[in-house]
Unconditional design. Structure first.
Length: 57
């Protein structure tokens, strides 16, 4: 289960991407999370996924 609060979600996702997953796609496949829902929620606080950095910036 991922955090519902966007700021907590940002921290959680970036930690997982940094330490455990090579991409957002890999994280979502492994955890059965909806990638578009994550992208949309974090866009709401002006963070966007950067594939080269493998994090939301």
């Amino acid at each position: 289960m991922i955090p519902k609060d966007p700021v907590m979600l940002l921290s959680f996702i970036n930690l997982k991407l940094r330490d455990f997953y090579p991409s957002l796609e890999a994280f979502c496949e492994d955890t059965d999370e909806d990638m578009q829902a994550i992208v949309d929620k974090l866009a709401g606080i002006d963070y966007h996924y950067d594939k080269e950095k493998n994090q939301f910036v």
